[in-house]
Unconditional design. Structure first.
Length: 127
C-alpha cells in the first residue's frame, strides 16, 4: 500500500483553490484516499460550499470531461483541471525543440478553443 502523508495532504487542502478541491471530490473522487476526501469535504464545508454546489460542479465538469476506465476524469496536460479535448502535438525539449509527437489533453482554459495566444504557447496546430 502507498504511504499516505496525512499532514502534507492536510496542508495542501488548506491552501488549495476551491476549484481544485471541487474537482478532487467530484471528477477525481475515485482516485482519492477516503481520508483525504473527508478532509476536502470538511474544508469545502468550512468555506461555505454546499452539497448542492458540489453536485452542480460535478454535473458541469462531467458534461465536458473525458472519463477514464478507472472512473476518474482525464487531467489536462498543463494543469490539474479535467481535460475536455484531446489533440496531437509535439512534446518539446525546453518547450522549443520538438522531440516526439504525443497526445495532449486540454482543459477548457488550455484548450485550442480557449484564448489562441495561451494555446499557442503549448502546442502546434494538430496535423
Ligand atoms: Zn489546463
Amino acid at each position: 500500500m502507498k504511504r499516505f502523508d496525512l499532514r502534507r495532504v492536510a496542508e495542501f487542502i488548506r491552501t488549495a483553490e476551491t476549484e481544485e478541491l471541487l474537482d478532487r471530490v467530484t471528477v477525481y473522487r475515485e482516485g482519492m484516499e477516503p481520508v483525504a476526501l473527508d478532509l476536502m469535504e470538511g474544508e469545502l464545508d468550512r468555506r461555505g460550499v454546499s452539497r448542492s454546489e458540489i453536485a452542480r460542479h460535478a454535473e458541469t465538469r462531467w458534461k465536458s470531461a473525458i472519463r477514464l476506465s478507472d472512473g476518474t476524469a482525464l487531467r489536462c496536460s498543463f494543469c490539474n483541471r479535467p481535460a475536455a479535448v484531446r489533440a496531437r502535438g509535439w512534446h518539446r525539449l525546453f518547450g522549443v525543440v520538438p522531440l516526439f509527437p504525443r497526445v495532449f489533453a486540454y482543459c477548457t482554459t488550455h484548450g485550442p478553443k480557449a484564448s489562441a495566444e495561451d494555446a499557442n504557447t503549448h502546442t502546434d496546430p494538430p496535423t
